[in-house]
Design a binder for this molecule. Sequence first.
Ligand SMILES: O=C1O[C@H](COP(=O)(O)O)[C@@H](O)[C@H](O)[C@H]1O
Length: 266
Amino acid sequence: MARNCIADFLVYDTPDRVAQAAAEVFTKYVVDAVQARGVARVAISGGTTPKRMFALLAAEPFAQQVPWDKLELYWVDERCVGPDNADSNYRMTREQLLSKVPLPADKVFRMEGELDPEEAAAKYETYLRNNFRLEGAQAPAFDLIFLGMGDDGHTASLFPHTQAINELGRLVVANHVPQKDTWRITLTAPVINHGKRVVFLIEGGAKAERLHEVLLGNYDPEALPSQLIRPESGHVYLLLDAEAARRLPKVGMHGDAETGTLELCR
Ligand SMILES: O=C1O[C@H](COP(=O)(O)O)[C@@H](O)[C@H](O)[C@H]1O
């Protein structure tokens, strides 16, 4: 559902600085959630962009600071492949992070890409309903959600002109993506928008034009599904490298990052 929302962005010189900022955000909001409620529930993306953040989280000082035993880890999307396949979002996270930190296996809720896609989506929805103790039409409120954006404007596995982008009822769906001749499993936009803090990580000049269109172009979420992300909190956060942000208007500085704020409207 579209709603007005503020996009706050921070622009760093390099992808390494973006990763450092992302690891700091991860640690801060996990610690805050654990202090407030005894558990932190975080949903992460796959692809290549979060790799550096995961590698940092697996090393000092972050590895010591994150209360791993109080963290529940979820995915925003998965490719329909097994957990050892090179395309698996879970596999990337396992290699970069999970194999190196004391996060208990029963707190890692992967989407099972090796199952029939509809079955995997239904199973994941059941995990969410049980773990978040949801009733009826309630959506889970993740403490933190990390999103990426493809150079086609997709986020999670909400690809342009695919059925999942119109899903308002289910929490998790199987999505056929004809342009990639494949299936994906994905959280739906209402679930992402119910997250307490939603953060995009976006890097690289190949995404600069698309990012400009998503934030400053006409509202056309069928073509640009990232525009569906208008969190109920009223804010979406973006951590960007200078290349990805080269078309965006910056207005100030925060530490070593340039900053900008945009009002996103329908
Ligand atoms: O296919 C996917 O793509 C997006 C963006 O990935 P990136 O490699 O350009 O960072 C990612 O956020 C999503 O989780 C993934 O399944």
